[in-house]
Design a protein around this ligand. Structure first.
Ligand code: 1BN
Ligand code: ZN
Length: 312
């Protein structure tokens, strides 16, 4: 057996070099994993959206609509959230329709007196009889993004309570009107008001049509100005002003009943979908129009906005 001898000078350099290379590789691997983690919100959101879209048209009361509910509840529960389902029957121009608002709750470390921030979307698709309407962007994208955010938000340890709200019955059954639209949001805002909980809601952030590969979010003039500015400033800090535009219009969306209940609310919606909004409510609203990058951008802005709100 060769007796052990102290290493030569060149041997010691080789060991040192090997250690430096190993440390460098470990650092690179750590950076790569961190980047992949942050970059995977968009990819995961697209996957989650695709699972919902693959169910097909999801008008209220359909089998695909029930399957979408089950998928949402399963993902929220497996992410570690307490989940409430609020089943109700809505009177619509096509008769009584069963609906269900789904709420995933993350308790904040601030205790029960702490305010709550709501992130919301709708998951139903418009009832269309003439063609196959799967609502990839309209219903699918917001649902996919909230589902992808669920496991991340559970780990954040925010001071505020966070609720992820999947609203039903956003779409009109015939012509959009005050009584034929926003069934789920009108129901939930009514419940919050009736139970005296509305003042505990610090902010309501609605995500609708946020997956368009050509992402351009207009400023909604109905939204609460300070909350809309907070979201747009978060987007600017992240270098996303190209996608969070400085021009605006008035949106009548699921945030309206919450605004009317006195809750600060903002609608994050890309209502310019396809040339001249020509994909909206058409056969063209399909999964191939979505991009992981757009969902990533909106996801990043939501997380930045939540951090900002949580410090207030
Ligand atoms: C959004 C998606 N809406 C229906 N499907 C409601 C809406 C219409 C929101 C016009 C803003 C503008
Ligand atoms: Zn729609």
């Amino acid at each position: 057996m060769t007796p052990w001898r102290p290493r030569s000078k060149s041997g010691r350099y080789k060991v040192l070099l090997a250690l430096v290379i190993l440390a460098g590789a470990a650092l690179l691997a750590w950076v790569a994993v961190s980047l992949t983690k942050a970059a995977s919100i968009g990819k995961d959101a697209l996957e989650q959206a695709n699972r919902i879209i693959a169910l097909g048209p999801r008008p209220c009361g359909s089998e695909a609509h029930q399957k979408a509910q089950a998928a949402i509840v399963e993902k929220l529960t497996s992410s570690g959230m307490a989940v409430d389902q609020d089943h109700f029957t809505a009177k619509t121009p096509v008769g009584s329709v069963p609906m269900n608002n789904i709420i995933g709750r993350i308790p904040g470390r601030g205790g029960i007196s702490q305010r709550t921030i709501i992130l919301a979307t709708h998951y139903d698709t418009k009832l269309v009889r003439d063609f196959r309407f799967v609502g990839a962007n309209d219903g699918g994208s917001g649902t996919g993004l909230l589902l992808a955010l669920a496991p991340l938000l559970v780990k954040q340890n925010y001071r505020h309570n966070i609720w992820l709200v999947f609203l039903d019955g956003e779409e009109a059954f015939r012509e959009w009107s005050a009584t034929d639209s926003l069934y789920g949001s009108r129901h939930m805002a009514g419940e919050l008001k009736a139970r005296g909980i509305a003042p505990q809601i610090g902010a309501f952030i609605l995500l609708d049509m946020v997956g368009d590969a050509d992402l351009g979010i207009l400023q909604d003039s109905n939204s609460t100005p300070w909350l809309r500015d907070l979201v747009w400033k978060a987007a600017a800090r992240l270098g996303y002003s190209k996608h969070f535009l400085s021009t605006g219009t008035a949106m009548e969306d699921d945030h309206m009943p919450f605004l009317q209940a006195g809750i600060p609310s903002v609608d994050v919606i890309d209502f310019d979908y396809g040339p001249g909004n020509s994909y909206w409510h058409t056969v063209h609203d399909t999964a191939d129009k979505l991009s992981a990058q757009s969902l990533q951008i909106v996801g990043d802005v939501v997380l930045e906005t939540l951090s900002e709100l949580d410090g207030q």
